[in-house]
Design a protein around this ligand. Structure first.
Ligand SMILES: C[S@@+](CC[C@H](N)C(=O)[O-])C[C@H]1O[C@@H](n2cnc3c(N)ncnc32)[C@H](O)[C@@H]1O
Length: 256
């Protein structure tokens, strides 16, 4: 997943530690700049700003950039047993204890699952997203309720879930998949900036069918697939489907 080469650079911010920027540019094998302008060939930048690692495109340079947001979404709170309300909670279910998120991305679903109290492991194959996730999970471990409950951030496994899922020590109760679907022109369903930038940087996930088949083999009980409402179900007719605004969580049970 080196498809970010030639598209990405590290932009050093003078208020941050130069050694961190240098190490990041070496790890990712991308150039390190101290300033950028319209002639800079790369379109995307990683930069430490306001104590977080952020991803920027040229449009975001002045606005501040995107980080993995660890704050709860409206209405969410840490609870266990998991809530009965909400499409994601219903799809994962109350008999589930262990969850693997095979497509972590910006971790908004992962963090929701973590806050609901499930035992979560995250997989991500993009080295760029992994850098953003490492930074976010470090921040998460400093959050009040996480320290109070003596919790650790979810385990983060780098690499292709199609390979990793087959090598897990214990089959999780649920494997969660939210691959990148091709965009559809529909004004009301325009994706958020964070998803647009991910799609531009990484492209669509063309192996999502293979990921689904692997996940169904690797899970102990179920696979949950998040899809835009216009997409065909990834694994054929699901056992159950929970709808939320403009999207669906399709549930597939093992052995059915
Ligand atoms: C649509 S985003 C997921 C968004 C995420 N659910 C969230 O809440 O932010 C898809 C992510 O899954 C990752 N991904 C897709 N297929 C993968 C695979 N086979 N193995 C590991 N990561 C994968 C992509 O790199 C991308 O970061």
């Amino acid at each position: 997943m080196q498809n970010y080469i030639d598209k990405l650079a590290v932009l050093h911010n003078e208020n941050s530690d130069l050694e961190l920027s240098q190490a990041l540019s070496l790890r990712l094998s991308v150039p390190l700049y101290h300033s950028v302008d319209n002639k800079t060939p790369e379109d995307f930048f990683l930069s430490w700003r306001d104590g977080c690692l952020k991803l920027l495109d040229k449009e975001l340079l002045k606005k501040g950039g995107l980080m993995v947001d660890i704050e709860p979404r409206q209405g969410e709170q840490r609870s266990w047993p998991a809530p009965k309300e909400g499409a994601l909670a219903q799809a994962i279910g109350r008999k589930t204890r262990t969850v693997v998120d095979a497509t972590t991305g910006w971790a908004q679903d992962s963090l929701h699952i973590f806050r609901m109290g499930y035992e979560l492991t995250c997989i991500e194959r993009s080295p760029v997203m992994l850098e953003l996730l490492h930074d976010a999970f470090q921040r998460l471990e400093q959050v009040d309720w996480v320290t109070r409950l003596a919790l650790s951030a979810p385990k983060l496994l780098p690499g292709n879930a199609i390979e990793i899922l087959g090598q897990l020590d214990n089959a999780p109760d649920c494997i969660y998949i939210d691959p990148m679907f091709p965009a559809k022109r529909k004004k009301s369903a325009l994706p958020k900036k964070s998803m647009l930038i991910l799609r531009e940087l990484l492209g669509a996930d063309l192996d999502k069918e293979e990921l689904f088949v692997t996940a169904l083999q690797a899970t102990a009980k179920k696979v949950v697939v998040k899809s835009p409402d216009y997409a065909q179900p990834l694994g054929g007719k699901p056992a159950q489907s929970f709808k939320s605004k403009l999207l669906r969580y399709d549930v597939y049970m093992k052995g059915t």
